[in-house]
Write a protein that binds this ligand. Structure first.
Ligand SMILES: [Zn+2]
Length: 341
């Protein structure tokens, strides 16, 4: 694996470096380390995250604790406007000592140093659709031309092990791709912590959250694990069903065991995706023009699956005005993935 720290900021100028890992797999830590490292080369850095992450406002958070100052933006064009503003303000000749702290929009920079390092956390949340991915590609190109080192960190796959939005389409434009490989955090049925390498993000629900979601008749497998403080969390969480929404971020700052939804890095053997097969059986009935409501014997499960399939954010199918459910057609999009109209 490449150790990016062997290269100076100027050696990396005009490159895009991607840190990819499952959730809680160390990619944000790697990103923050690089943003801080810029300081040792007399360079300014700036971090951005997406306002789709309602939990982390104007900060990127490592391990739910350390907060690195960041600018939260709603879109790539908004990011670009902010970045250009900072570059121009820092480049303008100003009175004062070179290196002294100047604050632009609540974020500290150093006077007279170039803004050479840009970090984007959760790049997958900036590329859910083809047009968003296109905007991100344009930003990557722009950063190359400006000799900026652009770091992106994020997930390539969602909790279902499926491509996260259109993030795949960015990978050919990442010059150095670094896959962080955390350990699987699951405690198995004999009480032993798994020691295999994690490849996936496991989404877990607190047991009581199933009832809150109206799924008390839907059985979900229990998953025990070791949390970030190395404490075992036993008999509190179950695997979220395959038909849960793709982007699910709880608001509020409270990390740890109280959360309704948590994410773990897990290996393939420990990964649990309950109702994957059932979701595809219901979807298949829709595609073939059958009755999706007649496929499974559990009406609550069927309702949960249909709600997912027809959600405007997921777009596998849609409910017509006469109540019929039809599959949405998917077409090739400009970034090489598939989208529906
Ligand atoms: Zn495992």
């Amino acid at each position: 694996m490449v150790d990016i720290r062997e290269f100076s900021v100027s050696a990396l100028a005009g490159n895009c470096i991607g840190f990819f890992a499952p959730m809680n797999g160390g990619k944000t830590q790697a990103l923050v380390d690089e943003l801080k490292r810029a300081w040792y080369y007399d360079c300014n850095s700036i971090a951005y995250n997406s306002e789709r992450n309602t939990r982390e406002r104007d900060a990127i958070v490592v391990n739910g604790e350390f907060r690195h100052p960041a600018k939260t933006v709603g879109s790539v064009p908004e990011l670009r406007t902010d970045l250009e503003k900072r570059i121009s303000q820092l480049g303008a000749s100003q009175e004062g000592q070179r290196g002294e702290v100047v604050i632009i929009d609540d974020i500290s920079h150093h006077r007279g140093w170039p803004l050479r390092v840009v970090g984007i956390d959760e790049v997958n949340l900036f590329s859910l659709t083809a047009s968003e991915a296109r905007e991100m590609m344009d930003l990557m190109n722009w950063c190359i031309k400006k000799d900026i080192v652009l770091y992106v960190a994020g997930l390539i796959y969602d909790f279902r092990h499926l491509p996260f939005g259109q993030v795949h389409s960015l990978l050919p434009y990442v010059d150095i791709k670094i896959d962080k490989k955390p350990a699987c955090m699951v405690i198995d049925s004999s009480g032993q912590k798994c020691v295999r390498t994690a490849k996936h993000t496991q989404r877990l629900w607190k047991m009581s959250y199933s009832q809150e979601r109206g799924l008390n008749d839907v059985e979900l497998p229990r998953v025990d694990f070791v949390d970030k403080d190395k404490k075992p969390v036993v008999d509190h969480y179950v695997a979220a069903p395959f038909f849960d929404q793709t982007v699910l971020i709880e608001s509020g700052q409270n990390a740890g065991r109280g959360r309704n939804v948590v994410y773990l890095p897990v290996c393939t053997e420990c990964a649990r995706l309950p109702y994957r097969e059932e979701t595809f059986r219901v979807y298949d009935a829709i595609v073939r023009g059958g009755n999706p409501e007649a496929v499974l014997s559990n009406p609550q499960l069927t309702a949960g699956i249909l709600e997912f399939l027809c959600s405007p954010d997921e777009r596998w199918g849609k409910r017509e005005s006469d109540g019929r459910i039809v599959a949405l057609s998917h077409y090739r999009n400009e970034v090489g993935g598939f989208s529906s109209l």
